[in-house]
Design a protein around this ligand. Structure first.
Ligand code: MCF
Ligand code: FE
Length: 419
């Protein structure tokens, strides 16, 4: 059965942030490929037998993409300390075991529900332990499932590597167009190069998306460039490690990632312009998590760093260990207030692209934009009044969308109605 979904405003989420007034998309049920995007009336004339839905006050846009989220970190309430990465990490290490107690399933289910109810269709899920694998595979979400590797102590590497490979193998048995196995290197300060190299080889051979936390804190920059500061004490306390030297420089870490096709680096709060150019050369994406960055590092990603590059800037909520919730619409709202020197309407358009087009680029997905041939992943939000009145510029609707959107009235993922 052919379906037409339309709205008073359609955000195509292409590079120019084109908006169609009274637009629509057409697709065949069960076929994950948009057939046509255009004027609602024209589509109705073209496909007279299609089933139609039209919301005159609504906004139709690609289902949102939360490019970086940890579903496993959520079993706590007001337990972590914020304001500095070292203070946060110490508080996390102290409470780590308690985080993974009973009830983890319901916490993950709650996180999935929060995604759907914010209009999120795809997630980049960073999995530290594998507890979120089955719930995510069974969920309606499109999931790029990043099996995360961590471990700097050479004596533990064998065990940690085997554990990671068994998680990866399990995730491969669940692979589908909606569940994509992938790999994550936790960060340059926490992963031994032997393990990193093995995983990069696997990701390259199998064409897995690969993600890493990168230069999130000033402490990380100090450790990578001078092998001193907070992390020196951290490793001494952790394992009494002998070789108290960083495994990489920022540059050597990035260069090691050069064979990866779908590369994303999360946070990047402390990269230099030169490192940004290198990320650009590698074809990498950056994922920013603004509320987490404010809480842990007192900083927002400086947009000027990537102004002269083609780096896609995607957005994520991070996990509940560094946020009050994992609602991507709240993340967009918070971001509006993070850049007081930027033009508000232009910023709003860019933020919506970071949650759609650039999220898809970061994760290597065929969605995030309403265009023929793209996946049938879309959200339809309804409002009590149109977001633009007659004679006003359509582009002002992006800001009002971010301010007022709560829960979509329809959400389709992989051609299936989820809401
Ligand atoms: O992105 C934030 C902050 N930076 C690094 N790691 C995490 C974040 N949220 C959760 N984590 C997890 C990470 O996956 O923390 C654990 C790892 O399993 C401990 S090491 C910081
Ligand atoms: Fe994270």
């Amino acid at each position: 059965m052919l379906q037409i979904f339309g709205a008073g405003l359609v955000f195509k989420c292409d590079e120019n942030f084109s908006i169609i007034h009274n637009g629509a998309i057409a697709f065949e049920e069960g076929q994950d490929s948009i057939i046509k995007v255009g004027d609602y009336k024209e589509l109705c004339a073209l496909y007279p037998h299609a089933q139609r839905t039209f919301l005159p006050n609504g906004v139709l846009l690609p289902a949102l993409i939360n490019a970086h989220i940890h579903f496993e970190f959520g079993a706590h309430f007001a337990e972590f300390s914020y304001g500095d990465f070292g203070v946060w990490l110490d508080s996390l290490m102290q409470k780590r075991d308690a985080l993974l107690g009973d009830g983890i399933e319901s916490i993950i289910t709650q996180g999935i529900k929060e995604q759907v109810e914010a209009g999120v269709g795809s997630v980049g899920a960073i999995s530290s332990y594998g507890n979120d694998m089955l719930p995510l595979a069974k969920s309606p979400l499109r999931v790029v499932y990043f099996n995360e590797a961590i471990g700097s102590n050479p004596s533990a590497i064998d065990f940690l590597y085997k554990n990671l490979i068994s998680r990866l193998e399990e995730s491969k048995t669940l692979a589908s167009s909606r569940f994509i196995p992938a790999l994550a290197l936790h960060s340059p300060y926490s992963l031994h190069p032997i393990m990193a190299q093995k995983l990069i080889t696997i990701a390259t051979q199998e064409n897995y998306p690969l993600s890493a936390h990168f230069l999130e804190s000033s402490h990380e920059r100090e450790w990578l460039t001078q092998s001193s500061g907070y992390f020196k004490g951290f490793f001494q306390r952790l394992a009494g490690l002998e070789s108290l030297k960083s495994f990489y420089t920022p540059q050597s870490f990035l260069e090691m990632l050069s064979p990866i096709k779908h590369l994303s680096l999360t946070h990047c709060l402390y990269i230099t312009e030169e490192e940004a150019r290198l990320i650009d050369k590698l074809g990498g994406a950056i994922i920013t998590c603004p509320r987490s960055n404010r809480l842990l590092n007192n900083r927002f990603f400086p947009h000027k760093l990537i102004r002269h590059t083609d780096i896609p800037l995607a957005i994520g909520t991070d996990g509940k260990s560094s946020n009050n919730n994992v609602n991507l619409l709240d993340e967009l709202r918070a971001s509006l207030y993070a850049y007081p020197n930027e033009d508000m309407n232009k910023l709003a358009c860019r933020l919506i692209l970071s949650a759609t087009l650039y999220g898809a680029k970061a994760l290597g997905l065929n969605n995030g934009t309403l265009q023929e041939g793209k996946s049938v992943d879309f959200a339809l939000f309804d409002f009590i009044k149109p977001l633009v009145s007659q004679g006003e510029a359509l582009s002002r609707s992006a800001l009002h969308f971010i301010l007022h959107s709560q829960k979509p009235s329809r959400l389709y993922i992989n051609t299936k109605a989820v809401l």
